[in-house]
Design a protein around this ligand. Sequence first.
Ligand SMILES: CNC(=O)NC(=N)Nc1ccccc1
Length: 301
Amino acid sequence: SNVAVYYGQGAYQPRLSHFCQETSLDIINIGFINVFPKAVGDWPGSNFGNQCDGNVYEDTELLSGCHQIIDDIPICKELGKTVMLSLGGETAYEDIPNDEVAEWFADFLWYSFGPPGQNDTFPRPFLDNQVDGFDFDIEHNGGNGYATMIKRLRSHYADFPDETFYISGAPQCQLPDLQLSDAIANSDFDFIWVQWYNTGSCSATNFLEGNGDFNFVEWAAKIQASANPDAKLFIGLPASEKAAVDGFYMSPEEVYPLVDFYMNLYPDTFGGIMLWEATASDNNTIDGHNYAQHMKHILRE
Ligand SMILES: CNC(=O)NC(=N)Nc1ccccc1
């Protein structure tokens, strides 16, 4: 099973290719498209931390100078990584006013970050690089429009039957998730990485305490009753003490029994581990290995 990490918001983060050299990482979610269009014709905006030169397309918040990401995506693909573009994130103001804007937003993302050469009225912030899909890290303002966006993206994916594109989501662990439950029930996801941190009522640390509040079973049931029962469920965890709200970090020794139990209880639904986030993992070295390497080792057990 796989290790997925978020990249783009790490403090003093190294360039993307640094993480693509790491054999423990399988899926890299580049975040974020953090400004959403308010009307058809509006362009979204982006933020990738220290990774772009600060230039934007005129009168937009969409970064146009992400030279290192442009250079590094081919390296990541060469090394077999799945590279996703993530929407939302902690600082985003997410809101999809209606289905027309939802479809516009999906079209914009597809023509701008999907296969090149389809529609040159759209910008190519990563030039001819195409991402492997889109991740929905929607943390505010409710869940209207995401199922419509995902259905639209799926219809674009169908135009490239020889290529594989993915949809993923990062709901918070409380059920129902106000942002993504509707989309999960009504549109096809490939990966669901639940943020089993920052929310005391359902986080993974409850497994340690043995109080039964860690809700992997409920999420597995939700996925098995969703539009795509074959979607893979990942356990999302903070990659270091400071990567999440205090008290939600678990050491590799603490993670092992949790992952071992659910990986074996749900061999088909269990997809792996998601980490927030890549640079925090890199800086969290335990016994000579970084946190993601420890997670990959646990998955291989
Ligand atoms: C998958 N998205 C996240 O994990 N977002 C996230 N962790 N945001 C955040 C919340 C509180 C403190 C730091 C980061």
